[in-house]
Ligand binder design. Sequence first.
Ligand code: NI
Length: 395
Amino acid sequence: MLNLHHLKELYENEVIEFRRDLHMYPELSLKEYRTTERIKEKLTSLGIDIIDLGMETGVVGLLKGKEEGPTIALRADIDALPIQELRDVEYKSRNDGVMHACGHDFHAAIVMGAAMILSNMRDRIGGNIMFVFQPAEETNEGARLMVENGLFTDIKADLIFGVHNTPEIPWGKIAIKKGGLMAAVDTIKIRVRGKGGHGAIPNATRDPIVAAAAMVMDLQTIVSRNISPFEPAVISIGTFNSGTANNIISEVVEMTGTVRSFSEETREILSKRIKEVLEHTAKAYNVDVELDYINELPAIINSQELTELAYKAAKEIVGEEGIIEPIPSMGGEDFAVFTEKIPGFYFWVGVGNKEKDMEYVWHNPRFDGDERAIMIAATVMSNMALKGMDYIKGK
Ligand code: NI
C-alpha cells in the first residue's frame, strides 16, 4: 500500500508540469476560463465529480471515499495579476501584461496534488474530500461569489483548509500559527467638498485640499493614540486626487484608503474614530465630508484545536524542524469569507530559494518560488484532510 510519502514522489513531475502550464497562461480575476477548463479536465481524469455552482470560472470537485462521512474541503485560489512578467524562465507568461505574481498557480497545483494523492487512496477514506478552486481572490470577490452560489450553504462541508505560498520563508518549510494570521480588511472612500475659486484669492474659497491634507495627517493619529500598542492596526491612504491647474482652488478632493486590524474591538474603534476625525476636521476647515466605510473581509483566526491538528499533520510529513511559527501579515485573504460559514485553518508554505533568486515578494514582476514546495504542501494538506476527517467524526 502506498503511503503519503510514496504518493508525493509519484506525482511530483506531473504537478510541476501542471503548475507551469497555469503559469504560462495566467488569467485575471473572473476571467479564469482556460484555468477552469484545465482544472476540470484534470479532476475528471482522477475520477472526481464536478459540482456545478453555475459560475463561469472556478471549480468545485468532490471525491467520494469508501463510505459516507464528513466532507473536508481544501481550497486554492487561481487568479493572476495585471503585471508584465520580468523573469526569464521557460515557463514565462505567454499572456502579455498578466502574470501569476502571487503564486496562485502554486496553490492550484498544491490542491491538485492533494487531489491526486487522495484519489489514489480513496478506498481508505471514510468520507468526502472537496476541492475548491476559487476565482478572483485578488479582487476579494471570489469566495463571496462562491458562497452566494451555494457553496457551504446548500453544498455542505464540515471543515476547510487553505494555503498561501510565501517567498520570505525557505521552500518546503510549513508555517503554522495559532490565532490571527491575516488581517481584516476595510476600504474607505472619502470625498471632501469645498468651494473652488482663484488661487490668489483663497479667502473667497473653502479649500478642500488643505482640509484633506489635514485629514490625512489626523487619521494617522488614530493608530498611535487610540489603539493599544499591543494591537496591530494600519490606516493607509492610497489615493488622493484633486485639482486641474496651479492657480485654481478645486471644489473636491477624493481619497481612498485601506484599514487593517485583527480583533473585532480594534476594528470597531478604527471605524468609529475615522468617522469622528473626518467629521470634526471637516468642521474645523469649513468643508463637507462624505465617508464610505466598506467592510471587505474578516480576519483569518486559527483556533487552538485546528492549529494542533494541522501541526500534527505537518509534523508527520516535514518533521518538527520543518515547521516554523510565522509573523502574521496585515495582508487580507478572502479565505476568511469561507470560515464565516464553516470552521477552517489557514497556513503558509515557504517557496523562497536564495540561490535561485527566488525571494521577490508577492506581486513583484520577478516573483517565483521553488517548485519542490508544491508536493510538500500537497502532502501536508492531504494529511490535514485525513486528520480533519477523524476530528469531525470524533466530535
Ligand atoms: Ni495571493
